[in-house]
Design a protein around this ligand. Structure first.
Ligand SMILES: NC(=O)c1ccc[n+]([C@@H]2O[C@H](COP(=O)([O-])OP(=O)(O)OC[C@H]3O[C@@H](n4cnc5c(N)ncnc54)[C@H](OP(=O)(O)O)[C@@H]3O)[C@@H](O)[C@H]2O)c1
Length: 304
């Protein structure tokens, strides 16, 4: 593979750090598109490009001639209770920030050839036990609306001739951050168990497969549009928590009651823990992408 010039926003995050590490190790020149207020960025090889999405500041010339921009930035959806102002921050950090990037890139004579912009399986909303793939219509709750507008913010780039790809990530699993890292202490103290009825589907994916899928999208020039980035074997929450407990060698005896979750987390409990969505990575599988960790047990055995 040729060495590419790549810019990554959100490079200090869970996915960004692992991705930059892999890209730098592969010999690519990687620049981090870094918020001016932040100094905690991933190890990159091509320097830093400053932006201030909250104040609408970015110098697009620094992105001119880039082979690929990978846009992962967005305020964590699980860092605070979803008050109206927190929901606005979650939305603005994705939709407004993406519009800024896209508007600026559209003005370049040499825009990035490829633009990979993070999205989420939350775009589908609640689907019970019905199988969901990329052809499934978008949902209509808070997260679905945010993800939908986030993806649509990239449409001017498509019109500009840039190859645009939206990896729709499921729950990304890593011991270093995200949902799994939050669950681990509870399970280790034997306070973990199924969430609510446990019948809701959780569409998970191992972090190494997320990194590989993004790297594949970068070089597979026929890839464009939305791709579900989830393991090919989604599980109910009860199966997930049972597998996690088995791998840790602890019992999963304490189910978290729905009323308690709603009391503690508010609306976030329904959106992140109780919503059911059985997502399949149809387009990745059809394209021949091979998951290193299609099953949860073997991934947890190496990760924990
Ligand atoms: N992890 C998952 O399970 C999952 C699932 C579905 C979708 N996603 C999406 O994939 C993307 C990357 O996920 P991640 O897990 O790596 O996220 P993360 O660990 O929360 O990192 C996101 C990065 O976005 C930047 N950021 C934070 N607040 C921001 C704000 N207010 N405005 C602009 N940028 C801000 C930060 O990077 P800098 O400080 O370097 O700017 C941060 O490190 C996110 O957009 C997330 O919504 C993740």
């Amino acid at each position: 593979m040729d060495n590419l010039r790549i810019a990554v926003s959100g490079s200090s995050g869970l996915i960004g750090r692992a991705l930059c590490e892999r890209l730098v190790a592969s010999g690519h020149a990687v620049s981090s598109v870094q918020r001016v207020s932040q100094s905690d960025s991933a190890a990159t090889s091509g320097g830093a490009i400053s932006w201030d999405p909250a104040r609408g500041l970015l110098d697009p010339q620094q992105l001119s001639g880039t082979d690929c921009m990978i846009h992962l930035a967005g305020r964590s959806i699980a860092s605070a209770r979803w008050t109206p102002s927190e929901k606005q921050r979650i939305r603005d950090s994705r939709v407004r920030a993406t519009r800024l990037l896209v508007d600026q890139i559209c003005q370049l004579d040499l825009p990035p050839k490829t633009f990979i912009s993070a999205s989420a399986t939350g775009i589908y909303g609640e689907h019970g036990a019905e199988e969901v793939d990329e052809a499934t219509p978008r949902g209509h709750d808070f997260l679905a609306d945010v993800a939908s507008d986030w993806e649509d913010a990239c449409l001017p780039l498509v019109q500009r001739g840039v190859r645009v790809i939206h990896p729709r990530f499921g729950m990304v699993l890593s011991r270093d951050g995200g949902g799994l890292a939050k669950m681990l202490p509870l399970f280790r103290w034997m306070l973990g168990g199924r969430v609510g009825s446990g019948k809701q589907y959780w569409s998970w994916v191992a972090l190494p497969d997320v990194v590989s899928a993004i790297a594949w999208m970068m070089v597979e020039t026929s890839a464009e549009g939305a791709y579900n980035v989830v393991a090919p074997q989604p599980m109910t929450n009860a199966e997930f928590t049972k597998t996690l407990a088995q791998q840790l060698g602890v019992p999963a005896i304490l189910p978290a009651p729905i009323w308690g979750l709603r009391l503690t987390l508010g609306e976030m409990a329904d959106a992140l823990l109780l919503t059911s969505c059985l997502v399949v990575p149809r387009r990745l599988l059809d394209a021949g992408f091979k998951f290193r960790y299609p099953q949860l047990g073997p991934f947890l055995a190496t990760e924990l």
